[in-house]
Write a protein that binds this ligand. Structure first.
Ligand SMILES: Cc1ncc(COP(=O)(O)O)c(C=O)c1O
Length: 364
């Protein structure tokens, strides 16, 4: 996917990208190619929607800074938001790039992860509905990493309407060829359409279930999330836990979540979010038991926060239940325990307590 996206972006072009966007666009695009990414600022007040005004503003700001914009990069469905761009927004985006005569790169890597309505619409389905749309400006990038859970296979796809881009991509692909063994495996899998359809249907059903459980669990302690219906992420609002609404405080909170709560989530600033206090949680990369532990840790963290809107009675009740249910080991003692040659590591009780202590990754 990185290779795929780079091919389109060589020659030090400048791209504007949607904020909050996939954090590794910085690494994947900027570091390697020298393109500059200029953010389109989206805000929580309208659920981080991409508006015409935000696009125009980003474009004008780039021009004021003497940045010549060559393209717009979007990620639909969105990582980290988990939201899908609706048809009208996609049309606005197409009109915008045609009006400015700049390229549009659509990263549709989460296309088949939509788990409830509205369903995903590809830019390719909308293109023909925009009068005068120049097809040469539209490029889609995709990979099997997310929809089919094949990140290690490094299979990426460029779907471009521009012959020059396709020709260059063909030549450049010799630097990142997919091995014949992988090609054979992927081909036989993709040819089995019944398997693929079944896999995607089961995957979205499981994502829907997990999304429901996770957001419900967060909701029980008053943590709200951006309403979403695709991707592997929840965009969690922890703004009320910041002392001050600053990115320094966001990072402080992130360190507490990593070091004390023992959950690895991603802070909004790593996605260029313009408002401090948002965190991305990957809800799809763990089993049910681990998810329950992760939720319990978040809830426990919330109950320990002073004056954050959690009823004292509920708090006491929670702490009582917790002490009955859990074995308590200090981290120091846990280390001694694990390093001991006589450690009864195989005991289910011990394994359970270790699960309770080690960091759970809710990131990718
Ligand atoms: C939006 C987006 N684009 C691209 C990628 C990179 O995918 P790949 O593993 O195929 O390189 C990711 C991976 O997290 C992603 O979230």
């Amino acid at each position: 996917m990185t290779q795929t996206t780079c091919i389109i972006c060589y020659n030090k072009l400048n791209y504007i990208t949607i904020r909050s966007d996939y954090c590794r666009f910085d690494r994947d695009l900027r570091w390697r190619t020298g393109v500059q990414l200029f953010p389109v600022v989206c805000e929580s007040s309208n659920n981080f929607k991409v508006t015409k005004e935000a696009l125009e503003e980003a474009y004008s700001k780039a021009q004021e800074s003497n940045i010549k914009v060559k393209g717009l990069l979007i990620n639909n469905p969105s990582n980290p938001l988990g939201t899908i761009l609706d048809k009208e927004t996609l049309k606005d985006i197409l009109r915008f790039i045609n009006d400015k005569n700049i390229h549009l790169v659509c990263d549709e890597i989460y296309a088949a992860t939509a788990f409830s309505q509205p369903s995903f619409i590809s830019i390719s389905e909308v293109k023909s509905e925009v009068v005068g749309c120049n097809d040469d400006l539209v490029h889609i990038v995709y990979s099997l990493s997310k929809d089919l859970g094949f990140p290690g296979f490094r299979v990426g796809i460029i779907y471009s309407y521009n012959d020059a881009v396709v020709n260059i991509a063909r030549k450049m692909s010799s630097f990142g060829l997919v091995s014949t063994q992988t090609q054979r495996l992927i081909a036989s899998m993709l040819l089995d359409t019944i398997f693929v359809e079944d896999f995607i249907a089961k995957s979205s059903m499981r994502l829907l279930q997990r999304y429901g459980l996770f957001t419900k669990g967060l909701g029980q302690v008053g943590i709200t999330t951006l309403k979403s219906n695709a991707g592997l992420f929840i965009w969690m609002d922890l703004r009320r836990f910041l002392e001050n609404s600053t990115f320094d405080d966001e990072l402080k909170l992130w360190h507490i979540i990593i070091d004390k709560v023992k959950l690895n989530v991603s802070p909004g600033c790593s996605f260029h979010c313009s408002e401090p206090g948002w965190f991305r949680v990957c809800f799809a990369n763990m089993d049910d038991a681990t998810m329950k532990i992760a939720l319990r840790r978040i809830r426990h963290f919330v109950y320990l926060q002073p004056n954050k809107g959690v009823e004292v009675a509920t708090k006491k009740q929670y702490c009582r239940t917790r002490s009955k249910l859990e074995i308590s080991l200090s981290f120091r003692r846990l280390d001694d325990f694990m390093n001991s040659p006589h450690s009864p590591m195989s005991s289910p009780m011990v394994q359970r307590s270790i699960m309770d202590m080690s960091t759970i990754s809710l990131s990718t």
